[in-house]
Ligand binder design. Structure first.
Ligand code: ME8
Length: 513
């Protein structure tokens, strides 16, 4: 048997300077859905997430809370890990940048960049935003009415002057532009790509890549009074987790197939990261995808506005599958999105409880009540039967097409189009009438409906893994027959199988008293 093709996907690693918020949850859910999709489509997947624990922001927050940076990182990294479990994420590893394995890889990439002649010592003076952990040119900053100078993202900047190692980023401008040119989907969506191309065309300055003002970081090889700039350290996590360049059970996963990140950190992933890798002569990731931001009713979440909603509370309140479905269906992947109680409830009740849940419940109850819970043998298919089955069987191809652009919302729209068609089919075939008047037709309609639900259940697994598995259990689909390759005629539900009996998969959301 030929080895499965491999697929390596990552989220950004989060700053554990606080508990996770819904933006972190969103990124994890979307990345998880893509990872699950690829596994079900026959790929050998490695899915990585984790925490970015060094840097000045961590130190400052720790100082404010009266704990050490290590204590702050330990406390919150545990919460990020718990969130991955709570959201039913299928990550294969969880990396923390304070781990020993990561120190080694960081020192190795640094050494390689230095051996290349791309690292030199000089004096840095310029503007730094601790909140963004980013350096800004003076021309990118503005002084507001409050007298505070801010960077392009609106965060305050401070003047920094210290001895620093620099990375010769300026030498990589042409190679980066050639990369964007030859691999048009290296950065997507399109608008993010355009922003980056014009940023790089504007000229690149060498990048300060070490700090001496504090020691919460990875020491620079041979000069330990410097620690590496937190972004050199952070980006390198993606390599660390594979063990590359050393031969390990995972080293074949590097280079990554895609980094899923938010739109605010595309510059780090699409400019600095490939330049570091080019310098180190390590292969480049194939793709960087910058998703949009989530807003609570159009407002930016912030602790001071008091609208930060904890993902644990949301998942408890609405259900994990419900939350996953909502975010991935409601927000076109790559664009900004909003969430509100009403919008979530609307999706739960219309798409999940009504369209999918009711159809499953009604058809499976009829099989239970009238056919002793045994899958009937279908008669000859009518045109209507063949049409709905054909659209169900076309789902893997349609979904793969949409996934070329990581358009998760389109994948879901295709699946729910079939759910909608199946509901119309069921309503117009009127099995409740045929039960007495035409028992053979009754059996065929229920068979076709169950078979359509089987295809839908398999295809929905990446997004609603819990409920989709429950549905496939109710349909008697064997656990090893739940991949995309089984969506088709060859793996049809076997007539004669005894089903476990109907059970609700998606209850309606009812407002608490
Ligand atoms: O940026 N909506 O960490 P982070 C959607 N440690 N996504 C959001 C969001 C929102 N409201 N707010 C943040 C960092 N994100 C670095 C990354 S990677 C080598 C280092 C996204 O905790 C954000 O865009 O600030 C990023 O992809 C991720 O959450 C972690 O953000």
């Amino acid at each position: 048997m030929a080895a499965k093709p491999h697929f390596y996907i990552t989220t950004a690693i989060s700053y554990p300077n606080g508990a996770p918020h819904i933006g972190h949850a969103y990124e994890l859910i979307a990345t998880d859905a893509i990872a699950r999709f690829k596994r079900l489509d026959g790929f050998d997947v490695f899915f990585l997430t984790g925490t970015d624990e060094h840097g000045q922001k961590m130190l400052q927050t720790a100082a404010k809370e009266g704990v050490t940076a290590r204590e702050l990182a330990d406390r919150n990294a545990a919460v990020f890990r718990r969130m991955a479990t709570a959201l039913n994420a299928s990550n294969d590893d969880f990396i923390r940048t304070t781990e020993e394995r990561h120190h080694r890889t960081c020192q190795e990439i640094w050494q390689r960049m230095q051996d290349k002649g791309d690292i030199y010592l000089a004096k840095y003076s310029g503007w730094y935003s601790v909140r963004d952990e980013a350096y800004y040119a003076e021309s990118e900053t503005t002084v507001g009415g409050d007298g505070v100078r801010r960077g392009p993202t609106g965060t305050p900047v401070e003047w920094v002057e210290e001895e620093s190692y620099f990375f010769r980023l300026s030498a990589y401008q042409d190679r980066l532009l050639a990369l964007y040119e030859s691999q048009p989907d290296f950065i997507s969506p399109e608008e993010r790509r355009n922003e980056i191309v014009s940023f790089v065309k504007g000229g690149l300055k060498d990048l300060s890549v070490s700090r001496t003002a504090f020691d919460w970081g990875i020491p620079v090889p041979g000069d330990p009074k410097h620690v590496m700039y937190v972004w050199v350290d952070a980006l390198t996590n993606y390599v660390t987790a594979t063990g590359y360049p050393h031969e390990t059970p995972r080293s074949h996963y590097w280079p990554a197939d895609v980094h899923i990140i938010g739109k605010d950190i595309v510059r780090f992933h699409a400019v600095y990261w490939p330049a570091f890798l080019m310098s180190a002569d390590w292969p480049l990731p194939k793709r960087v995808f910058g998703h949009g931001f989530l807003f609570n009713r159009g407002e930016k979440m912030s602790k001071s506005v008091g609208n930060v909603i904890d993902p644990f509370t949301l998942a408890d309140h609405y259900g994990v599958d419900q939350l996953r479905y909502f975010f991935l269906r409601e927000v076109p992947f790559g664009q900004d999105g909003n969430y509100s109680h009403e919008a979530i409830v609307n999706r739960i009740n219309a798409d999940l409880a009504n369209d999918l849940g009711n159809l499953a419940q009604r058809s499976l109850s009829m099989i239970a009540k009238n056919l002793d819970g045994v899958v009937p043998a279908p008669g000859a298919f009518t045109q209507a039967d063949s049409a709905i089955l054909a659209s169900a069987y076309a789902l893997p191809e349609k979904a793969r097409e949409a996934m070329k652009n990581l358009a998760l919302h389109h994948v879901l729209a295709e699946i729910w189009r079939v759910v909608g068609d199946a509901n119309r089919y069921f309503a117009s075939e009127e099995p409740w009438v045929k039960r007495k008047s035409d028992p053979e037709r009754f059996a065929t309609i229920l068979y076709v409906t169950a078979e359509t639900l089987r295809a839908v259940g398999i295809m929905a697994r990446p997004v609603i893994p819990g409920a989709a598995s429950a549905l496939l259990d109710l349909l008697g689909v064997a656990p090893e027959s739940r991949g995309f390759a089984q969506v088709g005629e060859g793996d049809r539900i076997a007539p004669g199988a005894k089903l476990p009996g109907p059970a609700p998969i998606f209850p309606r959301y009812v407002e608490p008293e």
